[in-house]
Design a protein around this ligand. Structure first.
Ligand code: ATP
Length: 287
């Protein structure tokens, strides 16, 4: 085998809570991650010429060590002393800096693909252990599916699968700095925390309506006041048949959950018509 391709799925946060800020500045989180069928695609081809050559369809993305794909490939190739080279084609479809872990899923998929291409024989757990050195979300992106993430994002446990549904993604054309959001997060007695345990309970009971009534992301308390259009998008989704709607990660992506595909498609057109230059996409869960 000289060439291999892999789909790298995006994630959304069905629930995101921050429990406390640690002495070392890290935040202790409790979040439910869910992969969705919105993919970047990586194609890796072995080459006799040593080194890593990365190409991508997005001209503004770096193709050197600043790209997580390059860095993850280099980490594995250095460790295993691989003398051959690799050409990597990265086709981005997941919006960049959107709260959907685009870079992390690319890195995770690159490691999975390299492991196969060069027959390194690493297990998923071994890849996750290496991936966390490059980013807290990378181990989850190796695992994928419906996962509870705790600690600073490194403690992962599988939980009951999310009930089947359709997902509308809407990312307005604004930039949100993750650092700004975490720096300005106020955790006090007035902070509304989502009840992650009861969300997991609803998943266990396959109760989509119960789950959707409990959606919550504590980071909305920072991002929405700074970018009120996020709330407008949420309301647009709810007024157009969503069972629930929430911001993913630190934003600005908003998702809506639907039990009816036609409603999701109609809501997509409503969101597209909003004056925020939105990327809109209807999809479903990646298991
Ligand atoms: P998260 O949900 O983990 O916060 P995100 O979706 O908000 O991630 P990314 O799309 O991963 O953010 O991009 C964040 C930054 O990482 C970008 O500014 C980009 O320059 C850099 N980056 C490095 N490698 C990649 C990659 N393969 N794809 C996208 N961005 C990358």
């Amino acid at each position: 085998m000289d060439s291999i391709w892999i789909n790298a799925p995006a994630k959304i946060n069905i629930g995101l809570d921050v429990l406390r800020r640690r002495e070392d500045g890290y935040h202790e989180v409790k979040m439910i991650m869910q992969s969705i069928r919105l993919f970047d695609r990586l194609t890796l081809t072995k080459s006799a010429e040593p080194g890593i050559r990365l190409q991508t369809n997005l001209h503004f993305l770096p193709v050197n060590e600043d790209n997580l794909v390059y860095r993850s490939a280099k980490m594995l190739m250095d460790e295993f002393g691989i003398k051959e080279g690799v050409d990597i084609q990265l086709e981005k479809r997941i919006p960049v800096a959107a709260g959907m872990a685009g870079g992390s899923t690319d890195a995770a998929s690159c490691m999975l693909a390299l492991n196969n291409l060069f027959e390194l024989g690493l297990t998923k757990r071994q890849l996750m252990k290496r991936g966390v050195k490059l980013g807290a979300d990378i181990p989850y992106c190796v695992l994928k599916g419906t996962v509870l993430s705790e600690g600073i994002g490194e403690l992962l446990s599988t939980i009951p699968k999310m009930p089947d549904c359709h997902i509308l993604i809407c990312k307005p054309g604004i930039h949100v700095s993750t650092k700004f959001v975490y720096t300005n997060l106020v955790l006090d007695e007035n902070t509304p925390h989502p009840d992650i345990d009861s969300m997991i309970d609803a998943m266990r009971k396959k109760d989509l309506h119960g789950l959707c009534s409990r959606l919550g992301n504590v980071l909305e308390t920072v991002t929405i006041p700074a970018h009120p259009e996020i709330d407008v998008i949420k309301k647009c989704m709810m007024e157009n048949g969503a069972l629930g709607s929430l911001m993913s990660g630190s934003g600005p992506t908003v998702f809506g959950i639907y039990d009816d595909l036609d409603k999701a498609k109609a809501a997509k057109e409503k969101c597209r018509a909003l004056p925020y230059h939105c990327f809109v996409f209807v999809t479903d869960l990646y298991r």
